[in-house]
Design a protein around this ligand. Structure first.
Ligand code: HEM
Ligand code: NAG
Ligand code: NAG
Length: 317
């Protein structure tokens, strides 16, 4: 009897450990320690987006670039110093990643409400959602409990964040390396329904690609010359750049994807059918986007005693 009891107790412990490691993050992680967290983030993001509509897009991209480089650990938020090289000056981020000041503002307010409790990585995950929701996109429940990294990697940021010049095969394998399948990738790329891109990221597409609507290419060439104007901006979604929606996929079907990598999703390849579905069915897009955001947010989180709760998102404690 005693041994059967031991067996049962062991079984309960083992199975609860197993379920713990399967779902390390939980939506109610700060339910008792920082109950106002969601509201603080929501209000701050709404203020910031009201001031500048693009900032919702910028924060969403920050989260993507954080998660793709050694997991969602706020590594992208660490500033370079004389003795520390982080990710902000990696090619995909330099003169491009933005929104850091909004995260600082949120962190200051969160520290004032719940000192030394909430990670920068979780703030970024919540802020990304709020930006999407405020711009008309879907909402989702954000699992929480990530901790902040004490390291960052410029070389991993250079090699693991996809480039706008990539082929579909390369994009698929880079997302696959992060545990995201082609469907996740196609849904997440719908983030390009908001925000802006610089001329140098789409110049070769508008001048050299053949799978492009000619009128669209002409429109974009007006502010993106063959030489010069590298940082001139154009909306990723020509229809509604500040409104989240499935227009991005309608653009792809019309060969009006801005980036070469965007149009790769609809170029007589394996993602064509899904792009067509999303272009006709906003609900399908929203459901898949929300699910894929949770999946991306689950990439290698630091939990338990790993990492730290940074006091200032820009520097390790
Ligand atoms: C599929 C691979 C992807 C590639 C190659 C890619 C590439 C790019 C590039 C080149 C820009 C313009 C940056 C600039 O010119 O400064 C951009 C902007 C953006 N990306 Fe992506 N991206 C990808 C996937 C994603 C994903 C998965 C998300 C989020 C879920 C995302 C969110 C954004 C947003 C919101 C912007 C606009 C940012 C702003 O206006 O500040 N991208 N992306
Ligand atoms: C916040 O927490 C830190 C670390 O635990 C502590 O050093 C600091 O005094 C606290 N600040 C306030 C205002 O409570
Ligand atoms: C277009 O392709 C040609 C040949 O590869 C190359 O020399 C040229 O620089 C490209 N032009 C642009 C704007 O990318």
């Amino acid at each position: 009897m005693a041994s059967f009891k031991t067996f049962l107790v062991t079984l309960v412990i083992v199975s609860s450990l197993a379920s713990f490691s399967n779902s390390q993050l939980s939506p109610n992680f700060y339910g008792r320690t920082c109950p106002n967290l969601p509201l603080i983030v929501r209000n701050a993001v709404r203020q910031a987006v009201s001031r500048e509509l693009r900032i919702g897009a910028s924060i969403l991209r920050l989260f993507f670039h954080d998660c793709f480089v050694n997991g969602c650990d706020a590594s992208i938020l660490l500033d370079d110093t004389a003795t520390f090289t982080g990710e902000q000056n990696a090619f995909p981020n330099r003169n491009s990643a933005r929104g850091f000041d909004v995260i600082d503002t949120i962190k200051t307010r969160v520290e004032a409400a719940c000192n030394a409790t909430v990670s920068c990585a979780d703030i970024l995950a919540l802020a990304a959602r709020e930006g999407v929701v405020f711009l008309g996109g879907p909402s989702w429940t954000v699992p929480l409990g990530r901790r902040d990294g004490r390291t960052a990697s410029q070389s991993d940021a250079n090699s693991q964040i996809p480039s706008p010049f990539s082929s579909l095969a390369t994009l698929t394998s880079m997302f696959g390396a992060k545990g995201l399948n082609a469907r996740d990738m196609t849904a997440l790329s719908g983030a390009h329904t908001i925000g802006q891109a610089q001329c140098f990221t789409f110049r070769s597409r508008i001048y050299n690609d053949t799978n492009i609507d000619l009128k669209f290419a002409t429109t974009r060439k007006a502010t993106c010359p063959v030489t010069g104007g590298n940082s001139n901006l154009a909306p990723l979604d020509i229809q509604t750049p500040n409104r989240f929606g499935n227009n991005y996929y309608q653009n792809l079907v019309a060969k009006r994807g801005l980036l070469h990598s965007d149009q790769e999703l609809f170029n007589n390849g394996p993602q064509d059918a899904l792009v067509r579905t999303y272009s006709n069915n906003n609900v399908a897009f929203y459901n898949d986007f929300a699910a894929a955001m949770v999946k991306m947010g689950n990439i290698s989180p630091l939990t338990g005693i790993n990492g730290e709760i940074r006091r200032n998102c820009r520097v390790i404690n």
